[in-house]
Design a protein around this ligand. Structure first.
Ligand SMILES: [Zn+2]
Length: 612
């Protein structure tokens, strides 16, 4: 059995892929390797598919490989496992910073060979040529392979010339069509054929030392998506040419660089910047390039989706509000926004906010079907949605889901009534977070709580450094649900005026002042009994008893509460007190830090800095 498997492996193929393209085409039209390792890479962007890293061996050599997400199904189907044998049907060779990486676009597991221990002692591939000369082996479009067509088991096909892919007559310039996923800073001479799935408005910036403008497009093909940006002259050069939904050939010179993920919601590690000589050509025959890819969540299921996830949604437009303007607290800039209400056959409705030009130019009437790609889930009023700037909207799209909804609405939905995710409707911030996480410095810079009309809500992760010990509790009424302060009558009873009762003893309830710090500053927080218990780890009655009988133990209790870190939910509101106004930060909830969740969050933030 091992011999049978070994004889199937195309020994030498990996070296040929990277170092000897001529031999590759002649001897190894469809390389067969053993997969000696499969590793899951967690998705860096919520809602995006996970990635798989493989190590492939041809007995002589091994090479690191990435599975293109379009090929994830071999893992999901349980076929690709450690030790199994595979045919590489479409792939792209890349050398990144001297490391060789094979991107697998289409792969087939030879199930009859099963799984085995690693055969032989393969060694890492070495450079035969200097790095600059490493040409990606031109196998991208080999076979019928790419844009979603079925690959035939037909080795000879690899020798066919490449263009016949709806390329325009000037096909010579499009000889090598790269999959978007194959692009890297080390790719030479490439052309992609991609649909514009989103085009931004033109944005301008004015800074002391520079000003300018830019726009960006998201480009989509069967292998993936990438963001491309045009600055200044390229903004003028290309802005009008690109239309959402149309397909283009884009060829280098065009810069490929590491993605600034904080400005993008695409999973690609790279992004493009147009250059003066970048060639962009509209493609008329574009049927095989996918339309915007949706992965819809139905409205009823939103309840189970975590806040801040990015999802796609389709629904019947039930209500369209007027455009309103708000001023962003963070940037002080005004924004146009419009709220839509969508319903679907789950029986639920949801509010969705659209922004900027999309909001002002919106002209669909109620009962239209609207599909959104890239909306952010907020928990304001239960669940609500906000269209991301990188998201897109389609009105009455020609897709099966839209036809199905239309049929349902016409036959029945129009008469239905819908449950809302909202339990505090009306307050106008769909998709917004009710209590966004802020640093202490942000709380002060953004003047949270300083408006006289409405309180602001936020969360902050901070550490207790001091608790006021002079007053930490008050004697409260024992009657259920009362909590009023009671008065010591001096005869061994405590009187509640409201309940008109004298109790034999009070119940002490916390009313605490905490000084908390984070790396940006300090705040005084007020908290009530429930948070006090969490902070002190005992009831106020118990702490009172220590105060009266064992001061040393009381001090120890306060010391132990110091340096505890919590995520505090806070309501900030301006109080007037004897003609003086001050902001009061009232804790309305506190959670101890979940270190696992927190570590993942920090890891994601660190990734945004693109540090290698
Ligand atoms: Zn009472």
């Amino acid at each position: 059995m091992a011999d049978a498997a070994r004889s199937q492996i195309t020994q030498g193929a990996l070296n040929a892929i990277f170092n000897d393209p001529d031999r590759l085409q002649r001897d190894f039209p469809v390389p067969v390797c053993q997969c000696v390792q499969v590793k899951t890479l967690a998705s860096t962007t919520e809602g995006q598919p996970e990635r798989y890293r493989l190590v492939l061996s041809d007995v002589s050599n091994f090479v690191q490989s990435m599975l293109a997400t379009q090929a994830n199904h071999v893992v999901h189907d349980g076929k690709l496992k450690k030790g199994c044998f595979v045919r590489l049907k479409s792939y792209q060779a890349n050398a990144v910073k001297g490391k060789k990486i094979l991107i697998i676009l289409d792969i087939e597991v030879i199930e009859s060979l099963g799984e085995m221990e690693k055969i032989g002692e393969p060694v890492a591939l070495t450079d035969k040529e200097i790095e600059e000369d490493v040409k990606p082996a031109n196998t991208t479009i080999a076979g019928d392979g790419f844009y979603g067509n079925k690959v035939h088991q037909q080795p000879a096909a690899q020798d066919r010339p490449l263009p016949s892919r709806g390329a325009p007559t000037s096909s010579s310039s499009h000889a090598t069509i790269y999959p978007i996923e194959g692009l890297s800073p080390y790719a030479h001479k490439w052309t992609i054929k991609a649909r514009v799935s989103h085009k931004s408005d033109i944005r301008t910036w004015h800074k002391p030392n520079s000003e300018g403008k830019l726009f960006s497009v998201n480009l989509l093909d069967e292998s993936g998506e990438i963001k491309a940006t045009g600055f200044n002259e390229q903004c003028d050069q290309f802005y009008e040419l690109f239309q959402e939904g149309s397909v283009y050939y884009i060829s280098n010179p065009c810069r490929v660089q590491l993605a600034k993920k904080q400005f993008s919601n695409l999973p690609n590690d790279y992004e493009l910047t147009f250059e003066r000589d970048t060639v962009v050509e509209k493609c008329e025959d574009a049927t095989e390039v996918p339309q915007v890819r949706y992965n819809f969540t139905n409205i009823g299921a939103l309840q189970e989706i975590e806040k801040d996830s990015t999802i796609d949604i389709i629904g019947v437009l039930k209500d369209v509000a007027e455009v309103t303007q708000i001023v962003s607290k963070t940037t002080q800039k005004p924004f146009d926004k419009r709220e839509l209400t969508l319903v679907d056959d789950s029986g639920y409705s949801v509010r969705l906010t659209i922004w900027g030009k999309t909001a002002t130019a919106f002209d669909a009437s109620p009962e239209a079907i609207v599909a959104f790609k890239g909306t952010k889930v907020g928990d304001f009023g239960g669940r609500s949605l906000s269209l991301l700037s990188s998201g897109s909207m389609a009105i009455d799209p020609d897709i099966p889901e839209a036809h199905k909804l239309k049929g349902w609405y016409d036959s029945q939905g129009r008469m239905d009534s819908f449950a809302s995710h909202s339990n505090m409707a009306g307050a106008g911030a769909a998709g917004g977070q009710k209590d966004p996480l802020k640093t202490v410095a942000q709380v002060k810079e953004e003047q949270l709580g300083m408006s006289l009309e409405n309180p602001d809500y936020f969360s902050t992760k901070s550490t207790i450094v001091h608790i006021k010990q002079e007053t930490f509790s008050y004697p409260a009424c024992l009657s259920e649900g009362c909590n009023k302060k009671v008065t010591d009558m001096g005869d061994g009873t405590w009187r509640c005026e409201k309940c008109d009762i004298n109790h034999p003893r009070p119940e002490h309830r916390y009313i605490m002042q905490l000084n908390v710090n984070d790396h940006t500053g300090q705040l005084w927080l007020s908290c009530f009994d429930d948070v006090g218990r969490l902070v002190m780890g005992m009831t106020a009655d118990q702490l009172m008893e220590l105060k009266e009988n064992d001061t040393a133990a009381m001090e120890t209790a306060f010391e132990e509460a110091n340096c505890k870190t919590f995520t505090f939910k806070i309501r900030a509101k301006t109080d007037s007190f004897q003609d003086q106004q001050r902001v009061r930060y009232q804790v309305i909830g506190a959670n101890p830090i979940n270190f696992t969740v927190e570590a993942h969050k920090l890891a994601d933030l660190i990734k945004l800095y693109n540090i290698d």
